[in-house]
Design a protein around this ligand. Structure first.
Ligand code: FAD
Length: 334
């Protein structure tokens, strides 16, 4: 038999010897699970291996109980403490890192939201890993696809880091079913890290309409609406007739027609609803970057050469000041 003169010891936690295990970071607000953060679970399912979810803040235990029903999760780790309510990355990152180290996870996944984008770079830095941001698909456990240059180029990245820190684009990883699962719920470690940042206040735009980021239908207005008065006169009735969220182009936002939070595009929100209906939007590349994955794109524009018609499934060349009220009336009559 072959004998080695020097015994070889395999490090217990070498990248190769570890089984793939994903930690999906869930987001909660005021004790309510944010369904948009469930995209990380879908990504975990695509990676294969076991999936654990993590949630922290006051009410984390009840959020964990709720999330335990989500299909695909094996275990939920929660840390109940109001110190983590606002997801401030200065104390949330050390908290997450402690729990990652304890659990020995290979992939840490969060959604592309203000919370995920704020938190994950710090986690990556603390673990000396190169973050892989805003992925839209998973090729294998170390190879990921992400858009760059506002979606004009698609990059395939391979990571050799032993812990992969990933943010996932929600529109590319639809949330899993929130019924039928039976994960175990376990308390995590709380390092009680100091937080030099204090949460003072937040000003939130309130709306009874569906949330723009997750709505199944979106109606969007652009500079063609001409003024805030016209935007407010034409877009909300159209949105209400369809049960849609309202979006806007950057030109409409910059001109004061619509609130910042409604901007769709490269520097606004990414949406991929079943229906994206836009009026008075030319279809600039930066706008398309935020909505071109929508299932059906319908556009109203008086210029038949407008670039929006190159991506639209349905186009109407007309003056929106006639066609939007007409469409609204027809929808209401249905
Ligand atoms: P315009 O391009 O002015 O188009 C108005 C359209 O309305 C025209 O096609 C016109 O034919 C039509 N129209 C006018 N009157 C009528 C009428 N009566 N009936 C029907 N149609 C009519 N833009 C975004 O939207 N989102 C972003 O996130 C974003 N990020 C950016 C980031 C960077 C770094 C840069 C440089 C730009 C960014 N932009 C973004 C701006 C983008 O380049 C465009 O300027 C913007 O999208 C144009 O908005 P718009 O289509 O409403 O206006």
């Amino acid at each position: 038999p072959l004998r080695l003169s020097h015994p070889v010891t395999v490090p217990q936690y070498s990248a190769l010897s570890r089984l793939l295990s994903t930690l999906a970071v869930l987001e909660q607000k005021d004790g309510k699970l944010q369904n948009s953060s469930l995209a990380g679970i879908t990504a975990g399912t695509k990676l294969g291996g076991s999936i654990t979810a993590f949630v922290a803040g006051s009410g984390a235990r009840s959020v964990a109980d709720e999330a335990a029903k989500v299909k695909g999760i094996e275990k939920i780790i929660y840390v109940e403490s109001d110190a983590y309510d606002k997801g401030l990355p200065e104390n949330f990152a050390p908290l997450l890192v402690e729990n990652i180290k304890k659990g020995g996870f290979t992939h840490i996944v969060a959604g592309v939201s203000a919370f995920g984008k704020n938190l994950m770079p710090r986690v990556a830095a603390l673990l000396d890993s190169q973050q892989i941001s805003d992925i839209t698909s998973i090729e294998s456990e170390d190879t990921f696809v992400r858009p760059i240059y506002a979606g004009n180029a698609i990059l395939t990245v391979q990571s050799s880091d032993s812990i992969k820190i990933i943010t996932v684009r929600g529109t590319a990883f639809p949330a899993p079913e929130v019924e039928g699962g039976s994960a175990t719920v376990e308390e995590g470690v709380d390092p009680k890290a100091e937080c030099p940042t204090e949460w003072i206040s937040e000003d939130l735009a309130k709306s009874d309409r569906p949330d723009l980021g997750s709505a199944s239908k979106v109606v969007s207005g652009g500079r063609g609406l001409k003024s805030k008065e016209e935007f407010d006169r034409l877009m909300p009735p159209l949105a209400d007739a369809l049960g849609a969220a309202i979006g806007a182009s950057r030109a409409a936002v910059d001109s004061g027609f619509a609130d910042n939070s409604l901007q769709v595009g490269q520097t606004g929100k990414n949406v991929a609803p079943q229906l994206y209906l836009c009026a008075g939007i030319s279809g600039a590349i930066q706008h398309l970057a935020g909505m071109k994955d929508s299932k059906v794109i319908a556009a109203i524009n008086k210029d038949p050469e407008a670039p929006i018609f190159q991506v639209a499934d349905v186009g109407l060349v007309s003056d929106l000041f006639n066609s939007v009220p007409e469409l609204t009336e027809k929808l209401k009559a249905q």
